[in-house]
Ligand binder design. Structure first.
Ligand SMILES: *Cc1c(COP(=O)(O)O)cnc(C)c1O
Length: 407
């Protein structure tokens, strides 16, 4: 029988303090627990569950803020986002209805008001990632500009091809040059029925497609999932021309240091775009915009971080990442044993040993979390991504040197 008031749903400062304290503990690698393979009939209780889960969930995770974490586009997240995410979980607002999220809806609008001007966009909304943001943009393109195909470089993110597939649009891939950017001379001459997707920071090598091409097609979407936040930094002009796009996607769970899932889709003409992708319904007091039905308050941790750091504080951290990538690239370009693919354009460093047959061996020896790999023209390269402001670039260079010395 349930108690008259079920305490599981009530605020319990002591229990929450325990949960937070677990976050600061070190767990031995062998302390992981076995989770029951079948749904248990009787529960063990919440405190016991936390105690059991912590060694695996907290101890077994990859630590994205470690000195040597330099592999992927997944950043560490600032603690103010942990706190506000906890608030979000406790309140469980649903942005689908104004009455279930009176404040949270306003916060999302505010975050978009703060960020859109850096991209020359008017407004937009949040999605659980740029895969969903890209799909939303291509959907708006189909509705607003009557496009029949999506044109993008062969290095475009797979979500673009997915969007074409879902929307029943043709997909045309355009060759890339040696830097990984779309070759403008290979674009179809007639783009009057096409959505052109330009990538600002390709997934594999961080290349920047020429944004001078924005406006050439019936609709231009810029996939700035990774590179977009550079617009708020001293490197903003690397993405100049983005303001001529019709839509822009940015993953805030990448270089805006947000917990997943968090991203922005922004439109130059937001009223028209939102209208085109809205549906009404009997139980809705306002039309439902975009792909999502129920939708959480992911804007609140983003707003909290932006308010806490300001633009300058955010820029300082991203700029530091760019400078670490540049330092590593400069170091590798001077090492006769290494071949750099090119100068990093969005803090992604791609290189391989000159003795190409050693690449697998080197990858295996590099500490976990320091590097990822990427295949270009059927050849493997080593890749580093500067998403972690707390990385120690001197230590990372030492590790790479050590392995190059040994092989
Ligand atoms: C990460 C990424 C995506 C996909 O974004 P998610 O937020 O992972 O869904 C799309 N395009 C580019 C260029 C990316 O780097």
């Amino acid at each position: 029988m349930l108690e008259p008031l079920d305490k599981e749903f009530l605020f319990d400062a002591q229990a929450l303090r325990y949960a937070v304290e677990l976050m600061g503990q070190q767990f031995a690698p062998d302390s992981r627990v076995v989770v029951p393979p079948k749904l248990p009939e009787d529960g063990v209780g919440s405190l016991k569950t936390l105690e059991r889960l912590a060694p695996s969930v907290l101890g077994g995770a990859m630590h994205l803020g470690d000195a040597k974490a330099f592999a992927h586009k997944d950043p560490p997240t600032p603690w103010v986002t942990w706190a506000t995410t906890l608030w979000n979980a406790s309140l469980n607002q649903n942005l689908l209805h104004p009455e279930t999220a009176p404040v949270a809806r306003q916060m999302e609008e505010t975050v978009l008001d703060w960020l859109c001007p850096y991209f020359g966009m008017q407004g937009g909304h949040m999605t659980p990632g740029s895969s969903a943001a890209n799909l939303t943009a291509c959907w708006a393109a189909r509705e607003c500009a009557d496009v029949k195909e999506i044109v993008a470089s062969e290095a475009a993110h797979l979500s673009i091809k997915k969007a074409a597939h879902i929307l029943g649009l043709a997909f045309r891939a355009v060759r890339v040059d040696s830097t990984g950017a779309l070759c403008p001379q290979d674009l179809p001459k007639d783009l009057s029925r096409s959505a052109l997707v330009l990538t600002s920071g390709t997934t594999s090598v961080g290349a920047l497609d020429s944004l001078g091409l924005a406006g050439r097609a019936a609709w231009t979407h810029v996939d700035a999932a990774w590179g977009g936040p550079l617009r708020l930094t001293c490197y903003a002009n690397r993405l100049s021309g983005i303001e001529h796009a019709d839509s822009v996607a940015v993953s805030s769970h990448k270089w805006l240091f947000q917990p997943k899932e968090s991203a922005l889709i922004m439109f130059r003409n937001v009223a028209k775009a939102h209208e085109a992708i809205s549906f009404g319904g009997s139980y809705l007091s306002e039309p439902n915009i975009g792909l999502l039905g129920s939708h959480g308050a992911t804007a609140i941790p983003l707003l909290a971080m932006l308010w806490s750091w300001g633009r300058a504080g955010l820029a300082k951290r991203i700029e530091h990442c760019v400078q670490m990538a540049d330092t590593l690239a400069q170091h590798l370009s001077k090492d006769f044993r290494a071949e750099l693919l090119g100068q990093p354009q969005t803090a992604i460093v791609v290189w391989r040993p000159r003795q190409v047959h050693l690449v697998e061996q080197i990858i295996k020896q590099l500490p976990v979390g320091i590097a990822s790999t990427v295949t270009i023209n059927n050849e493997k390269w080593i890749r580093h991504t500067a998403a972690n402001p707390n990385a120690d670039i001197a230590q990372i260079i030492d590790e790479i040197n050590l392995i190059l010395d040994r092989t």
